[in-house]
Design a protein around this ligand. Structure first.
Ligand code: HEC
Length: 128
């Protein structure tokens, strides 16, 4: 009687293991479906950095992210970013690039904005 009871417990144990094993297989197969890429890795091409315009892109980006700490009345760190001439000065002397690879980077949330400013500086900081 005791033996039969033990065997029942053993079968139940084996059953549970099999169920867990099957669930593991099902879960793993789902995971792998997601991991296998359907095609080439998605690249966001919507950020156009060709011939970036100061008026249309750089100025609004600076006004959105930087101006409240860097304007005529409050130039943090001695850097004034109000108006083309001031921005150009900070672009040409390398201050903007340097700052954007450091702590000021945290004030720009949009990666495309960052790429646009950098491209505009590389393209000669034009008043375009
Ligand atoms: C919340 C206020 C604040 C915002 C927003 C801000 N800055 Fe600054 N910035 C500062 C302060 C304060 C300093 C001075 C830091 C220091 O001297 O260590 C500074 C310094 C700088 C400098 C000089 C750094 C150097 O090494 O001389 C530049 C260039 C600069 N910021 C650019 C920017 C740009 C570009 C943005 C927008 C993406 C921006 N800042 C947004 C507060 C701000």
């Amino acid at each position: 009687m005791k033996n039969i009871h033990n065997i029942k417990i053993q079968y139940r144990f084996i059953g549970i293991i099999l169920i867990l094993f099957t669930m593991e297989l099902v879960l793993n197969s789902c995971e792998q479906d997601e991991i296998v890429p359907a095609g080439p890795i998605f690249i966001d091409n919507s950020c156009n950095t060709n011939n970036v315009s100061f008026i249309h892109f750089v100025k609004p980006i600076i006004e959105k992210n930087c101006i409240f700490c860097h304007d005529n009345s409050f130039a943090s760190g001695g850097v004034n970013l109000e108006g083309y001439e001031n921005v150009k000065k900070a672009a040409v002397n390398g201050a903007i690039k340097k700052s954007l690879s450091g702590i000021m980077n945290s004030y720009i949330n949009d990666d495309c904005d960052l790429r646009k400013i950098t491209a505009w500086i590389n393209q000669g900081s034009k008043n375009n």
